[in-house]
Design a protein around this ligand. Structure first.
Ligand code: IFM
Length: 454
């Protein structure tokens, strides 16, 4: 039996993450305008159990209680997002002061609890008014985003120093515009690529505005990168895995870190590639301070001629008892490999793991507690993978667990629980810290944890 204490670097950041639409609720209060997620989640049959996110977990009204929970858990860094349509109900133009006031109160309360806010500017909830004019396929949306970023950085930038432009642009573009399972629910390859390009332009533009408006700021984008492997060693599966990597990982990494889309994928998509204007790639590859990495899974990929996008699909491994979410294979080695890849292929930028976590079948036990040993084990093994990468020279600077609370898991509604804190949907959204929350409190306190292995 081997035992060791994994001591993280003294400046390592530990935190938790959430997103506005998944927790806030108050969808039509204080002048908030509709977003594409209101429209999508309110149309029947898009969401598990037909549950819209109107109330979510009511953080808009309970934010003080949620901050108190973070303080109790010893959390000093909180990644959250802003609801754009709370501030610009029509997407641009008129500012809704009550929306800004809410975020000002939230930021002040966080700071007085000694918790640093890390703000994501776009976590998927585009104002519906902008979608009605073409959404991210329309360059006016990029201009509207610039207006919004300018406004919020001027309002909050004296206190908020850490900013992220976009969360997971591939999910927002592909799930929303190709697979139709996220808002706005479209199914079109050309639109998908145009949306991705629009978001990447927004990223470049937004990060420049943050740097101009916020003194001592740190800005980055959040990409979710998966570790990709061919399902078999056939040439067809290897090529399919390479295309998957091209469309989901390299499309969003090469453009930002190398200033060009991957050649092989440009050729593959051919006439479907949107117009790329002269300075677009320069804007997209504007240097930033860090990369946010959301890591959840490895993907085993096989050749699939029926998939019109990249003729590749994911092979699901037979279920282990831990994998409650079919798409997410529990594979911490992939986190380690991904960090090494960022080091080796993308110039070793500072990386914050901005999301990692798992969904499990949690319930309140007879003793009134929520025991989630699978999540504790999952986190322990992913923290260890990050630790190993750090010892091998990767600049991994922090780790945010997804998520603080059980919340609205998009198309899955409330059926998936990712929180460190349980939310009782049958009892007035009552919050109960799970065992994993207490485990995480100890990790933060000691800046490390003990491992036992054979
Ligand atoms: O809940 C989501 C989050 O909004 C983005 N990253 C993945 C999480 C879990 O699916």
């Amino acid at each position: 039996m081997y035992e060791a204490f994994l001591q993280f670097p003294t400046d390592f950041i530990w935190g938790v993450a959430t997103a506005a639409y998944q927790i806030e609720g108050a969808w039509n209060e204080d002048g908030r305008g509709p977003s594409i997620w209101d429209t999508f989640s309110q149309s029947s049959s898009n969401i598990a159990d037909n549950q819209p996110g109107n109330v979510a977990v009511d953080h808009y009204h309970r934010y003080q209680e949620d901050i108190e929970l973070m303080r109790f858990l010893g959390i000093h860094n909180y990644r959250m997002s802003l609801s754009w349509s709370r501030i610009f109900p029509e997407g641009r133009g008129r500012v809704e002061q009550r929306g800004l006031d809410f975020y000002n109160r939230l930021v002040d309360s966080l700071l007085s609890a000694n918790i640093k806010p890390w703000i994501t500017l776009y976590h998927w909830d585009l104002p519906q008014a902008l979608q009605d004019r073409g959404g991210w396929t329309n360059r006016d949306t990029v201009a509207a985003f610039a207006e919004y970023v300018d406004q919020v950085t001027r309002s909050l930038g004296d206190r908020v120093k850490h900013w992220m432009t976009f969360n997971e642009p591939w999910v927002a573009s592909i799930c929303g515009n190709l697979l139709g399972v996220h808002a706005p629910g479209l199914k079109d390859i050309q639109t998908t690529l145009a949306v991705a390009h629009g978001m990447l332009l927004g990223h470049g533009m937004g990060s420049r505005i943050v740097k101009t408006n916020v003194r001592d700021s740190m800005v980055g984008i959040v990409n979710n990168l998966a570790w990709i492997e061919p399902a078999t060693n056939t040439e067809a599966d290897r090529a399919a895995a390479h295309r998957w990597d091209g469309a989901y990982n390299r499309w969003f990494m090469d453009s930002i870190y190398k200033g060009s889309y991957p050649e092989d994928m440009l050729k593959w998509f051919g006439p479907l590639v949107p117009e790329i204007r002269q300075d677009d790639m320069k804007l997209i590859s504007t240097p930033t301070d860090f990369l946010g990495l959301n890591y959840y899974t490895r993907r085993l990929v096989h050749y699939d001629p029926k998939n019109p996008f990249i003729q590749a699909s994911q092979t699901y491994r037979s279920h282990t008892p831990r994998a409650e979410f079919e798409e997410f294979e529990d594979w911490p080695e992939g986190l380690y490999h991904t960090l090494c890849r960022i080091r080796d292929e993308y110039g070793n930028p500072p990386v914050y793991i901005t999301e990692n976590g798992t969904t499990t079948l949690d319930e309140i036990s007879d003793d009134g507690c929520v025991h989630d040993p699978v999540r504790v084990d999952y986190l322990r093994r992913h923290f260890s993978a990050a630790y190993q990468a750090i010892t091998e020279g990767c600049q991994c600077k922090g780790f945010f667990v997804w998520s603080l609370l059980d919340n609205y898991e998009w198309a899955f509604g409330f059926s998936k629980r990712f929180g460190l804190v349980f939310v009782d949907y049958t009892d007035n959204l009552h919050r109960i810290p799970k065992d994993s929350a207490y485990f995480f409190r100890q990790v933060i306190r000691k800046n490390g944890f003990r491992i036992h292995s054979r």
